[in-house]
Design a protein around this ligand. Sequence first.
Ligand code: SF4
Length: 413
Amino acid sequence: MDRKRFAEKPELLAPAGDLARAKTAVRYGADAVYLGGPQFSLRSRASNFTLADIAEACNYAHERGSRIHVTVNMIPHEEDYDGLKEYLEQLQEIGVDALIIASPAVMELARTYAPKAEIHCSTQMSVTNAEAARFLYDTLKIDRVVLGRECTLEDVRSITAASPAEVEAFIHGGMCVSYSGRCTLSNRMTLRDANRGGCAQSCRWFYHLYDGETELSTQDSLLTMGSKDLCAVQEIASLWEAGVRSFKIEGRMKTEYYVASIVSGYRHLLDDLYAHEGELSSERLEAHRREIMKGENRAVWNGFYGGVRGAEGLISDLKAGNDVNHDFLGTVASYDPADGTMIMITRNPFDLGETMEVLSPGQENRTFRISEFKNENGEYLEISRQPMKELRLKVPFAVRPDDILRRSREDDH
Ligand code: SF4
């Protein structure tokens, strides 16, 4: 490793589908958050942001030294230009730091109507070579290129060496089985346009496979075309050394728990790499990978960073699907140091005697055995089965509001 490369930390960029998730991402260590408004964005169906929410997200992030990037990355048809100029002006007025755009024409509009915001070329433009990055910089004056997820590590090295614009690369989350943005499966099968925010993820459905009249699949072995999710823990030091400026986590449709877990995991990994100038033992890297995977519930691989490969990246059958290893038990509402108890808001069931893990921003995770808890009426309980209930629990260390509580499925319960 070239240690000098690790003198500056890259950005950790997290997804958010609503204001609560944006704040969670910032609290758990994201240097920047990307989100979409109600229009002009892919994943617009997943967005719960109003302009007022985007303004609040900007204020919250800026007060804590983080940035807000807003996606305006649909591939527009004629009617999609209605209101676009006004929307760009409003985003600039709100103070968003960057716009993620997939259309050269929209980039030109953004230069005119939101000139203070950076322009980031969306992954939908499938930049997988240095010439493309240079062309976009020369002609459209983009500030950043978000690489296609189809890049190998060698591609990334070539692009970062030659690109005048800074480079952002995905490190975690969902992959398209097609080139991102060059897929019409959803359009054909559901009339929902993947490039205007409507992807129904048709590649992840289960399919019957026929050879002529003969079905090759069975009810137990229906096939999907979906890709495994990306997890680039093993490649992250190489990406950093190559000069990638921003590490992006995918998942604007994911839960608050997922955002907290994955952002927290990568925050610790990046800080550890920074402290050790890019040199971590394989055991240490594996410990970080295990920590990150506590929040993941899908099969993962290292994408195309290891080279262009075939079926190993596919979730070809039902059995290769979910692999939940931790349960989200709830969040902390308050902590009382006088008697060492916290009020928690429940999500999933748990029992007395089980081990609970606490995720607090900026701290190593801590665990404790649940020795005593009671309900709102002060009655002692042995089991908790109802979500969104307030419970008071003994806890042997200080916790903070909004800390995440979870349980390993491998523990002794
Ligand atoms: S259907 Fe699948 S491959 Fe196509 S755009 Fe949607 S997620 Fe990507």
